[in-house]
Design a protein around this ligand. Structure first.
Ligand code: ADP
Ligand code: MG
Length: 250
């Protein structure tokens, strides 16, 4: 297996707080790598360092052999990294289909050229791609609905479609099932499994729900107080004393 994402000795401070403390992590291509840990452990901060929203104080982040340090979010996105945010970031006033067309356009044209875009209705090829991504998340029938009227679970699936339409090599998901009812959670697990088998997308999943983690992950890194305390296969994580201590102590 080839590493697709390599994180070495990453440190990040917010004033006096050491949010990331010498983080090391290797994600293999084609796998699902989960990052778990108590609230405030630094999981979202780490993800922000992968997508260029934050720059580590020290350390390296390498994607497919390319350093991501100093790259802008849209450059990292165009290199093949997409992200589902912890809080949905969709345009509530636009339709479901329009929301999926925008990232596809951004991917093709670059974020800055979007200002001079053509009417969305003339973008037939982009529209087709967006329709396919919506079919992948079983939302084709909702394509003309205003996105603001969707249920919470459907908003998350819409976000997933907004990522898939970009055909990423690496998909980063920050708590993809947060706030979902069990049925939606299970549908999301199935969806993520399907995405894995039909296309070669590597996934990094931050997740609180252990049912989701153990259903999906090939490998798990446990973060506590900014540091990776354990990295192992799922079957070795459950009974691990250090992990239990981190959760109980957190
Ligand atoms: P997690 O996602 O694991 O719950 P975060 O990465 O969001 O944790 O946060 C890690 C720590 O860094 C927390 O103590 C949080 O309060 C702090 N933190 C996160 N972002 C900022 C910021 N922009 N400024 C200051 N402190 C922050
Ligand atoms: Mg978080």
């Amino acid at each position: 297996m080839t590493p697709i994402l390599e994180v070495q000795s990453v440190n990040k401070r917010f004033g006096g707080l050491k949010a990331l403390d010498d983080v090391n992590l290797t994600v293999m291509e084609g796998t699902v790598h989960a990052i778990i840990g108590p609230n405030g452990a630094g999981k979202s901060t780490l993800l922000n360092c992968f997508v260029g929203r934050l720059v580590p104080d020290t350390g390296t982040v390498t994607f497919a052999g390319q350093s991501l340090i100093g790259k802008k979010p849209h450059e990292i996105n165009q290199a093949g990294v997409s992200r589902v945010f912890q809080t949905p970031e969709i345009f509530e006033d636009l339709t479901v289909l329009e929301n999926v067309m925008i990232p596809a356009l951004a991917q093709r044209d670059g974020a800055f050229r979007l200002h001079g875009w053509h009417p969305l209705s003339r973008e037939a090829e982009i529209r087709d791609k967006a329709e396919r991504a919506l079919a992948d998340v079983a939302m084709a029938d909702r394509r003309n609905m205003p996105s603001g009227s969707l249920s919470r679970g459907d908003k998350r699936r819409l976000e997933m479609a907004m990522c898939l339409v970009q055909e990423p090599r690496l998909l980063l998901l920050d708590e993809p099932t947060a706030g979902m009812a069990r049925a939606d959670t299970n549908a999301t697990i199935d969806l993520l499994k399907r995405i894995g088998s039909e296309r070669n997308i590597t996934k990094v999943v931050i997740e609180h729900d252990m049912h989701v983690v153990f259903s999906l992950a090939d490998r798990i890194s446990v973060l506590a107080q900014g540091h990776v305390i354990v990295e192992d296969a799922p079957e070795n994580i459950k009974g691990n004393a250090k992990v239990q201590e981190a959760y109980l102590g957190g």
